[in-house]
Ligand binder design. Structure first.
Ligand code: SF4
Ligand code: MG
Length: 329
């Protein structure tokens, strides 16, 4: 079976003044079907832009996009706008940070789900409504019959988020893209929604790419983790490799901020200094101005990605530590 996702050499640049500012720089990612990948990093690191590029949204916004993006074996940049729309509607579910961007305020939520099924799955209206009811049960919206008739503004934030997940899952897409889907919710509801997503992912075998700046969220739900900094993936590997034996000084700094209490429920603390201006990247390693381990070559040459035999990868001039699991040496 083809991979859920194969991204190679993705470059995205947005127009600013007379030129273009690179926001995503040479991103490679693959994800097998049924697996969960967390894209981790501070805000402005290019996580959301990477995610939106996977379904062709950035090119639609006028960004300059290069590289190859294959979703479920299909070449996304080569699709027409109509084909991309269909891809997003029926094969890839999208969950946003703010549910009101996905829910239409003037239609009842149940009708919005039925509409998706009528349009993309050829369901009758009655079938669509019946399926909407089943989906509300699946995402554990209480009093489903009554809530299906509600308008989005009549639901609480947590219920709106669940309704959006129900819409995203309506066609049982093999791939779900989620951009900080729980950040806007209070902590208790956040955990409920996350556990729900994880259960649904297991039940339906959906592959998920999950953008977050929260290490606890990544540890809770991810099989694999990729850490982004200044538009590049600076470290990737299994969740265990990256979160328990981080190789890149940036990842270590992120984890160091929260390591004392364990990372399970701790959000990332801001690191000292700030991410570089993408329009004026420093020479060499983009992290060098904030890196406590910087040495000779760091301010001169940009590090290439180095892979351990275990598959754990990092972009850093320092040798990768040998405490990695699964190397056999
Ligand atoms: Fe730090 Fe140098 Fe590694 Fe960059 S390449 S993360 S500056 S040690
Ligand atoms: Mg974002």
């Amino acid at each position: 079976m083809t991979a859920a996702l194969e991204v190679n050499g993705l470059e995205v640049a947005y127009r600013a003044g007379r030129g273009f500012v690179p926001v995503v720089r040479g991103v490679d990612l693959t994800l097998a079907r049924g697996k969960v990948l967390a894209l981790l990093g501070e805000s402005g690191s290019g996580k959301s832009v990477t995610l939106r590029s996977m379904v062709g949204l950035t090119a639609r916004e006028g960004a300059r996009v290069a590289g190859s993006v294959r979703v479920l074996g299909q070449d996304v940049p080569g699709m027409t706008a109509r084909q991309q729309l269909d891809l997003r509607g029926s094969q890839v579910g999208f969950v946003f940070q703010e549910p009101m961007t996905a829910l239409d305020p003037v239609f009842r939520v149940g009708d919005q789900i039925a509409e998706v099924l009528v349009r993309h799955r050829g369901a009758t209206w009655a079938e669509g409504l019946a399926r909407a009811r089943a989906l509300f049960d699946l995402v554990q919206i209480p009093a489903a019959a009554q809530r299906l008739r509600a308008y989005p503004s009549e639901l609480s934030g947590g219920l709106r988020q669940r309704a959006m997940i129900a819409i995203a899952l309506a066609c049982e897409p093999p791939l779900l893209l989620a951009d900080e889907p729980t950040t806007a919710l209070d902590a208790t509801v956040q955990i409920q929604v996350l556990l729900l997503l994880r259960d649904l992912q297991k039940q339906l075998g959906t592959a998920v790419v999950f953008v977050t700046h929260d290490l606890g969220v990544a540890a809770e739900i991810a099989d694999e983790v990729a850490v982004m900094y200044a538009g590049r993936i600076v470290e990737r590997g299994s969740a265990e490799q990256v979160l328990l034996a981080p190789a890149h000084p940036y990842t270590r700094a992120l984890l160091g901020c929260v390591v004392r209490g364990g990372y399970a429920e701790a959000p990332l603390v801001e690191l000292a200094g700030s991410p570089p201006d993408l329009a004026r990247l420093p020479p060499g390693c983009s992290f060098a101005p904030r890196c406590g381990s910087a040495f000779g070559p760091c301010g001169v040459t940009e590090p290439a990605e180095v892979a351990r035999p275990s598959g754990h990868r990092a972009r850093c001039h320092l040798p990768l530590p040998l405490d990695d699991r699964g190397d056999g040496h």
